[in-house]
Design a protein around this ligand. Structure first.
Ligand code: HEM
Length: 498
């Protein structure tokens, strides 16, 4: 197994961008820069992304921010982002929040450096786990988890209660990836408090985020107790995953899920297999990467549906038409929900839940013919701003309008203008999984409930490496015409109740 050196609290890759930009002075930065501290006036430690969006609006498509002596270059202009998508000149940069996750996810797919051989090995071994056939195999398990959600929402609807949308979507997406990927059941819907694995996972994500906002030399001092807790969280994650793997090795029974692939599949060309420590890292990677982002996407979509009754009615009419009398949709009936999918895309446009990705120059080059970059220099693409570039999305880019994603509108836009899943070789391997799961769940919820918003709620966005609507509650109301799923159509789920 290859492991890049990690310095405690400051992973490799967490270099300031400034060294690689010979003409950095030409790139605008916020006013009122304070010596040593940098651009800290008016910033909020809890909302670094939303602060960057504010600066982006003022400073233009390429700008920089300096915090605690480190300079970062941000890019959001469509032309500049398209240039960064050129795989022959740029690649993924593992830095900031992602590099901070190396102590827990190591050379797992998401956090691997480009040069680490385990990236290609794991990518080739696991990519078939996201094929159409694999997805069709996950569909019944996704339905089974969704049924646990609707049982929970039915009880709330019966009592006239509101539901905690991000909380419930997080339970749903965690159970879905755990079940489909690893045959595991965290029992999230049956618990009153989160599973300890979930608490540990959130702990490590929060810690990784905090490391970004504390001046590096002071991190060991300021975060001493948080660092100790983080080590305990990582140990808990490792123990849980090791137990899961041990159980699979002794009991078998994964029926070709991701864990089976990780343990048993050899690389088609080299015959190599993933080493045990790498399997552990991949399991943690998929459990983390496979749920928070989709949960946020579903939550934002439900927020917009509840606020746009006309859009909800159109989406619901589509579901009723496409699914007709089926008690539960077949796999193919999900892809046919074209308008529901547009609702999801438009929600991901406004709030791409993994809101930035970093690109580094493979060689000395010039970004969009304007900004020289040396080999290794990098920039952060601010996806929520790219998705609001007025040159692409018009002056009303803030308006929620799913028709921006009808086929003709999509064809008329330049490539690389919609990037919620990143770009190139390191783009999201779970894209189809997320889209199938989220479209299915939105379809099920639209068909079963009217979604009543709290009129006083104003969208607030929390940041924890991923984005989530804060405090969003809805009151689901059962629609009278909804059919109960016939019990004989329920799909038996291997490993249910594990
Ligand atoms: C709406 C949901 C999702 C969004 C918005 C999203 C977004 C992204 C983005 C932007 C990247 C690229 C990051 C970078 O360049 O640094 C990425 C990579 C990745 N995602 Fe997702 N993701 C989602 C769902 C999922 C799911 C469901 C899974 C697994 C089942 C998953 C697994 C991964 C993995 C393993 C990578 C790393 C790929 C590699 O580098 O080879 N994601 N995702």
């Amino acid at each position: 197994m290859t492991e890049a050196p990690i310095r405690a609290g400051m992973p490799k890759g967490f270099r300031s961008a400034e060294l690689g930009w010979p003409e950095l002075d030409r790139i605008p930065h916020p006013p009122h820069r304070i010596p040593l501290l940098g651009d800290v006036v008016g910033v909020n430690r809890r909302t670094p992304l939303q602060d960057s969006l504010r600066y982006a609006r003022r400073l233009g498509p390429v700008f920089r921010r300096k915090a605690f002596g480190k300079e970062f270059v941000f890019v959001w202009g469509a032309r500049h982002t398209a240039d960064l998508a050129d795989e022959s000149r740029f690649a993924k940069h593992v830095g900031l929040g992602i590099a901070n996750l190396r102590p827990v996810a190591g050379d797992g797919l998401f956090t691997a450096y480009n040069h680490e051989p385990n990236w290609q090995l794991a990518h080739d071994v696991l990519a078939p786990g996201f094929s159409r056939e694999a997805m069709a195999g996950y569909h019944p398990m996704m339905l089974d988890v969704a049924r646990r959600l609707t049982e929970h929402w039915d009880r709330a609807a019966g009592a006239g209660r509101t539901v905690d949308v991000p909380g419930d979507m997080t339970k749903l997406t965690l159970e879905t990836i755990a079940r489909t990927g690893f045959g595991h059941d965290f029992g999230s819907f049956e618990r009153t408090r989160p599973h300890p694995f979930v608490t540990a996972m959130i702990g490590t994500l929060t810690y990784a985020q905090r490391l970004n906002t504390v001046p590096f030399p002071l991190a060991p001092l300021l975060l001493r107790s948080a660092t100790r807790r983080n080590a305990q969280d990582i140990a808990h994650l490792n123990r849980t995953v090791d137990e899961l793997v041990r159980a699979r090795r002794t009991d078998g029974g994964g029926q070709g899920d991701l864990l089976d692939r990780m343990l048993e599949t050899a690389h088609p060309v080299t015959g190599e297999r993933l080493a045990p420590q790498n399997v552990r890292r991949q399991v943690i990677t998929f459990l983390v990467a496979g749920h928070e982002t989709t949960s946020g996407a579903l939550s934002f979509a439900l927020h917009y549906l509840s606020r746009h009754p006309d859009v909800a009615a159109r989406a619901r009419a589509e579901v009723d038409r496409v699914w007709a009398d089926a008690a539960e949709p077949a796999y193919e009936q999900v892809a046919r929900l074209r308008y529901v999918r547009r609702v999801l895309d438009e929600s991901l446009r406004l709030w791409p839940t993994a809101p930035a990705f970093a690109r580094e120059a493979r060689e000395d080059t010039v970004l969009a013919g304007e900004h020289p970059m040396r080999r290794g220099a990098w920039a952060l693409v601010l996806t929520p701003m790219l998705h609001r570039d007025p040159e692409v999305w018009g002056a009303d880019a803030e308006r929620f309008d799913p028709d921006r994603f009808d086929a003709r509108a999509v064809r008329s836009r330049a490539p690389h203008t919609f990037k919620p899943f990143g770009t190139g070789a390191r783009a999201c391997i779970g894209r189809q999984f997320a889209l199938h799961e989220a479209t299915l769940v939105l379809g099920l919820l639209l068909r079963r409930y009217e979604l009543r918003p709290d009129p006083a709620y104003r969208l607030r966005v929390t940041e924890r490496l991923t984005l989530m609507p804060d405090g969003l509650r809805l009151r689901p109301e059962r629609r009278s015409a909804v059919r109960e799923p016939a019990s004989e159509l329920r799909c038996p789920v291997p490993g249910a109740g594990d």
